[in-house]
Design a protein around this ligand. Structure first.
Ligand code: 3HC
Length: 301
């Protein structure tokens, strides 16, 4: 069944090579998914070779694990490993059909990157962005081919979570959107078309959810108590562990974007700001046996 709002799949263009901008946490997971599911060359780029190599090393290590668990054959393992590469610059994007960026959440940075990539790619190459909440229309503004830009928003851990939010900007054309849907399907994801609006759908919910829990801590509730209060709901992970998975910087950015768009509806937690200011990746530290405890530095904030 065609997802609601998806264009005719006949309009989709083939994807035979993929470019990934960034080699961080999300970008590396994306590279692994594209290599595994599309089985086409995937080039990761970052600011320097060391970062790009780190991204490639992650993909190779995950492919090694899949081989050890006998989830892929030795032949496939070798074939997939040969498909991933990492470099600086966009020269190798010249024959890519699909580029996705997963860099820091900063509109001007993303615009500048897309502008630079346009100099190296064909006019048909789709530019996808894994932004959590920024406007696709704004990101496409100023490009020679804004019709190629689509939102392609994954959820962490990318290998496991099935949802993919696909976002059409004001100028996105049917061919780019159809290519995004066809690619999302090949990646094994459940694709939904969502409106180009702050936070799309999921991050509106997530920001409200995390913001409410952390808001109770702002109001004086103990960290562990606030986190454990929702345990009876049977969530797959507690709110503050989820915050650590998402990363306070991303969560804060999304909350600020939503607060700017809807000041009456979304606040920004003081504790969330403090985590980011002092460079904390979350509330917990884990001991060698995997047992969590609230980071004393966080408790003292
Ligand atoms: N990477 C790859 N695979 C992972 C993984 C990871 N980080 N974490 C778990 N898995 C795999 C395991 O290998 C296992 O696979 P298998 O069944 O094939 O062996 C499977 O997931 C289940 O893992 P576990 O049994 O260890 O643990 P759980 O049943 O608790 O599942 C979880 C782990 C899927 C991470 C679950 O806790 C969960 O769904 N948590 C909520 C995550 C969530 O809500 N993410 C959304 C964040 S929002 C976002 O990313 C958007 C951004 O814009 C903010």
């Amino acid at each position: 069944k065609r997802p609601v709002g998806a264009p005719d799949k006949k309009l989709a263009r083939p994807v035979t090579k993929v470019g990934i901008v960034g080699a961080g946490l999300m970008a590396s997971q994306l590279a692994l998914l594209f290599v595994r599911k599309l089985e086409v060359p995937v080039v990761m780029t970052d600011l320097d070779q060391e970062r790009a190599d780190k991204g490639v090393a992650y993909v190779v290590a995950e492919l090694d694990k899949l081989l050890q668990k006998k989830r892929i054959s030795p032949d496939k393992h070798n074939r997939l490993k040969a498909l991933i590469s990492g470099e600086v610059g966009y020269e190798s994007f010249s024959d890519a059909d699909f580029v996705i960026e997963a860099v820091f959440e900063e509109l001007e940075l993303k615009k500048q990157i897309f502008g630079e990539i346009e100099k190296h790619t064909s006019a048909e190459c789709v530019f996808a962005t894994n932004t959590s909440s920024l406007s696709i229309t704004d990101m496409a503004a100023g490009l020679s081919h804004p019709e190629r830009v689509v939102g392609f928003h994954f959820f962490n851990p990318v290998a496991v979570l099935p949802l993919l939010e696909i976002i059409r900007g004001e100028k996105t054309d049917d061919a780019a959107l159809a290519t995004a849907f066809a690619t999302g399907k090949k990646l094994g994801k459940s694709c939904v078309l969502v409106k180009d609006a702050p936070g799309f759908v999921v991050n509106r919910l997530l920001t409200r959810f995390l913001g409410t829990v952390i808001g109770t801590i702002d109001d004086g509730t103990d960290f562990a108590v606030a986190d454990q209060a929702l345990e009876p709901l049977g969530l797959p992970m507690s709110p503050l562990v989820l915050l650590q998975l998402v990363g306070p910087a991303v969560a804060l950015h999304t909350a600020e974007t939503l607060h700017e768009a809807f000041p009456e509806r979304f606040g920004v937690s003081e504790n969330m700001r403090k985590f980011v200011e002092v460079g904390k990746s979350g509330v917990y530290t884990w001991d060698e046996k995997g047992r969590p405890s609230v980071d004393p530095e966080v408790e003292a904030l």
